[in-house]
Structure formats: structure tokens, C-alpha cells
Design a protein around this ligand. Structure first.
Ligand code: CTP
Ligand code: MG
Length: 337
């Protein structure tokens, strides 16, 4: 393969692997941090239950999907029977309750796209966003966490890709680039495509977990402890996979005609989803299908300017992996406008 031809010797690959693994290790949150997050959740749940005894809190996002780096904000979902009460009313009441306790910087952002209450816990220094009844996010968080259990290379690759995206300023949905969630799905999709595959497609296996949330059926094989070692026939290392990931998104992905689908474990055609033209603000210039809300394209935030930025960054990264004698140094160089 080109990579192997270009990378002059085995020693180089091993050196690159060591550097990538060191970066990966340095980004993993320490156990104490996880412990503090759990304590905060328990404390919040007590406060919430005084007002709403039936309500429950769930972690979602990077603090629960196993792709969170150290010192990330904590995303919490308040699951509550809301009857006719408006979300904004619940959020304002929640903000009141939290304010009168020891929490700082409590703010209800009720006009945001996803309305939330923000707060900071002075005891731990942890910042936290609480949304209401975003149960699909809790379920897709579980899907990501379950995929991560199958092969450690997913977690390694996703950490490197997220770290790269943050360094290169292409992890900003408000600037038309992609969310962390989208990058993790791109990594899963990529590992499903390797030959031999490194990840299976859990949604096409016999469902051992099934819930219906907001009318969306979410079902997949979640007994992932039975799948450990599933991808071990493929012996590619993290340096090879980082190269392959960027090479795929720079030079191989068919942006004009295909959609990356973790749900199907392969690419599917844009035509079959009717994602071939712009509808409203959805331009579909890079298509990443949400595994459960299949009408959601995580690439919908990307516009004709940011698609160029993104693709140039993929090419830059692929070229660095191909030619640079110290890729780790160059890959994560902060983007300076
Ligand atoms: N999410 C979603 N649909 C989106 C974006 C996000 O359902 N279009 C949900 C997912 O459950 C995701 C969570 O919101 O795990 C948080 O999204 P994001 O901030 O992109 O990812 P994090 O994993 O929290 O990454 P970071 O470390 O950058 O905070
Ligand atoms: Mg987050």
C-alpha cells in the first residue's frame, strides 16, 4: 500500500505509533475526574427530585460516550414527564432551584436551539449543561460507548481526530464545520469500511436492546462484551489508521453521491435519501447520517465555504501523514487565521 511504500521503514511506523499513543493517553480523563462527575450528578439529582420526584438525570455526550477528553463540560439530560408545561418554564424553575443551592453562574438559555440551563459547581470546578428530554442523545451516547468497547482503536482514532479538529478549528458548528459527534460517527464508519473490518454494524445485527424514543425506534445488538476482539484479524495500528482516515476523507470519499451511514455499515446513495439538493438550509455537501434520526444529516451545518476549509484540512492531514518525518508535531499545529 502507498502508505507502507512511502513510510520508509518499520521503525518510522513504530515511532509514529508511540507518539500517537502518547497523545491519546495524555487526553484520557483521570479516574478522579469521572468520580467527581458522578458526585455532581448525584447531587443534582437530589435537588431535582425535591421538586420533581419522578424526574431522572442522565449523562450524555463526551462525559458518557467514552470519547471525552479531560476537563470537558458535562452534558446532562433531565428526563421528566412534562405534560403541558413548556420546556422554558421547567428550565426557569430548574435554574431557580439550582441558584438557591451552592451552584455558580446558573443561567437558563431558553432561546437557544437546544434550550439548556448552564451551571458551574465550585466544589469540583466542573461546568455543566442541562437540557430537557433529549432522550435520543442519551441513546446515541450509549451506541457510541458500545462501539468503543469493541476495539480500542476506535477510541484511539477518535481522540486523535477530535484533537486534530480542535487544533485546526474545524470542530465549530457555528462556523460551518463539524461537531465532535459527527467526527466520532465518521471514525466508526471508517472502521466499518476497513478490510478486514475493524468494527461490525451493530444496527444490522440481532437487536438485544430496543427502545422507542420520540417515535423513533432505536434497536441494535448491545452485548458488546461478546464482540471483543471482533476486529483483530485486521492488525492495522493507530498510525496506519490515522493516515487511512484522512486519506479516505481527503481522496476517496465520494462527496457528490454518497452518505456515510453507521446504521447500514457502509456508504449509501444520496439519491435514495433525497439529499441531492439544498433544501432550506440543509446543503448536504458532506453527508453523515445520524444512526437513529435518519433524516438528520450531521453535515447539514457545512456550507460552500466551510466544505472547502474541511476538505483542505483533510488533504493537509493526509499529506502530512504521507510525507512528514514527524507527523505528530505538524498535524496538531494550531490553525492561525
Ligand atoms: N448530539 C446529537 N446530535 C447532534 C449533535 C450532538 O444528538 N447533531 C448529541 C450526541 O449525543 C452527542 C452530544 O449531543 O454525544 C454532545 O455532542 P458534541 O458536543 O458534538 O459531542 P461531545 O461528545 O460532547 O464532544 P466534546 O468533547 O467536543 O464536548
Ligand atoms: Mg460536549
Amino acid at each position: 500500500r502507498m502508505f507502507k511504500r512511502q513510510m520508509v521503514c518499520r521503525r518510522d511506523i513504530e515511532r509514529f505509533n508511540r507518539s500517537f499513543l502518547a497523545i491519546y493517553e495524555s487526553l484520557i480523563p483521570p479516574e478522579e475526574e469521572k468520580e467527581k462527575q458522578k458526585q455532581l450528578l448525584t447531587m443534582l439529582e437530589k435537588l431535582v427530585n425535591k421538586e420533581w420526584p419522578e424526574a431522572r438525570l442522565f449523562l450524555y455526550g463526551s462525559c458518557a460516550n467514552s470519547f471525552g477528553v479531560s476537563k470537558s463540560d458535562v452534558d446532562v439530560c433531565l428526563a421528566i414527564e412534562d405534560g403541558d408545561t413548556r420546556k422554558s418554564e421547567i428550565l426557569l424553575r430548574l435554574a431557580d432551584i439550582l441558584q438557591s443551592d451552592n451552584l455558580q453562574n446558573v443561567q437558563a438559555l431558553i432561546r437557544a436551539r437546544v434550550p439548556i440551563v448552564k451551571l458551574m459547581d465550585p466544589a469540583s470546578g466542573i461546568s455543566c449543561d442541562i437540557c430537557i428530554n433529549n432522550v435520543l442523545a442519551v441513546v446515541n451516547t450509549k451506541l457510541l460507548r458500545d462501539y468503543a468497547q469493541i476495539d480500542v482503536r476506535l477510541r484511539q482514532l477518535a481522540y486523535i481526530v477530535k484533537h486534530w479538529a480542535k487544533s485546526r478549528a474545524v470542530n465549530e458548528t457555528y462556523h460551518g464545520t463539524l461537531s465532535s459527534y459527527a467526527y466520532v460517527l465518521m471514525c466508526i464508519h471508517f472502521l466499518q469500511q476497513r478490510r478486514p473490518a475493524i468494527l461490525p454494524c451493530l444496527q444490522r445485527m440481532e437487536a438485544t436492546y430496543s427502545v422507542t424514543v420520540d417515535g423513533v425506534q432505536c434497536a441494535y445488538f448491545d452485548q458488546v462484551e461478546k464482540l471483543q476482539g471482533w476486529g483483530s484479524r485486521n492488525r492495522e495500528t493507530i498510525a496506519e489508521l490515522v493516515w487511512g482516515f484522512f486519506y479516505y476523507w481527503a481522496y476517496c470519499h465520494d462527496y457528490a453521491n454518497t452518505v456515510a451511514s453507521v446504521r447500514m455499515g457502509r456508504t449509501i446513495s444520496k439519491r435514495e435519501k433525497d439529499w441531492t439538493r439544498r433544501v432550506g438550509n440543509d446543503r448536504h455537501l458532506i453527508c453523515i447520517e445520524d444512526p437513529f434520526e435518519v433524516s438528520h444529516d450531521l453535515g447539514r451545518v457545512v456550507d460552500k465555504f466551510s466544505i472547502r476549509v474541511l476538505r483542505e484540512e483533510f488533504e493537509r492531514a493526509a499529506d502530512i501523514m504521507q510525507h512528514d518525518s514527524n507527523p505528530c508535531g505538524t498535524l496538531f499545529q494550531p490553525y492561525v487565521p
